[in-house]
Design a binder for this molecule. Sequence first.
Ligand code: BDR
Ligand code: CA
Length: 299
Amino acid sequence: MATVVIDTDPGTDDAIALIMALNSPELDIRGLTTVGGNARLTHTTANALRLLDRLGRPRIPVAAGASRPLRGAYEYGYGFHGSGGLTIPLRPVDGGPHALRAAEFIIDAGASVGPDLTLIALGPLTNVAHALQRRPELTMQLREIVVMGGAFEAGNVTPYAEFNIFNDPAAANVVFSSGVPITLIGLDLGRQVAFGKDQQDWAEGDTVGEQLAAEIVREWFDLHPDLPSYDLCDPLTLAGVIEPGLFRYTQAEVTVATTGPRTGETRAVFGSGPVKVATGVDVDAARALVIDRLKTPEA
Ligand code: BDR
Ligand code: CA
């Protein structure tokens, strides 16, 4: 079993990845940490708390993190993910976030779990970079950081850059050069694993997880009537933690452009290096795994 902290900016596909995580016996979830990205930090934190509540897991702690990147400001994704960062409203909760901020929460988890803690990063890498900068020993306590980020073919924010990396390229460089083993699952693969508007398999099922995912995706298609499919970037990253054998990988040195028109571009020198770049995936098996893990097991 992997002991994990999930750093996230929910976000519709983050929400689906969180449903999967909660339904996966392979994962011991120590907590969620939130970051600005798809929406403002206040929204991503409220969404994380409300998602856990709706999914019947309100005791999992949520630690709020960065509201801005190492430099500059985030460009939010409200147009893509919906107002409030999600396509559907969720019931407000009584409780608030954890007393520790995200970076401190990660440091604390590293000290208590290390060297077996896996960080799953589904948003801009600001919180992870803050934690590594504040506590260098953390590098010895992390088994791995599994990152959704980067594009080697074409970006989604600019022709060069993927959203998470674009939103904090300096933090990405801190993380990729930290010495911690990194697995990078990028947009090139995320775009291959999707829910089609005309497919019904993602809309079936009556458990709380399946119903919530179906509501989010159905509303997403209503928000984007011209788009035929919904890419499963963050859910695919969860699949990479649960079932790493579904992917092919190539080791690389990865750096990120931090200035100019190519800001956020991930550049890889393949051959050796600390970053295990996912370069191929069994698309059908990964998609089937995503659908399987939407199902909330009976208590
Ligand atoms: C990534 O950016 C966000 O919109 C998604 O949540 C995902 O983490 C895809 O580029
Ligand atoms: Ca995300």
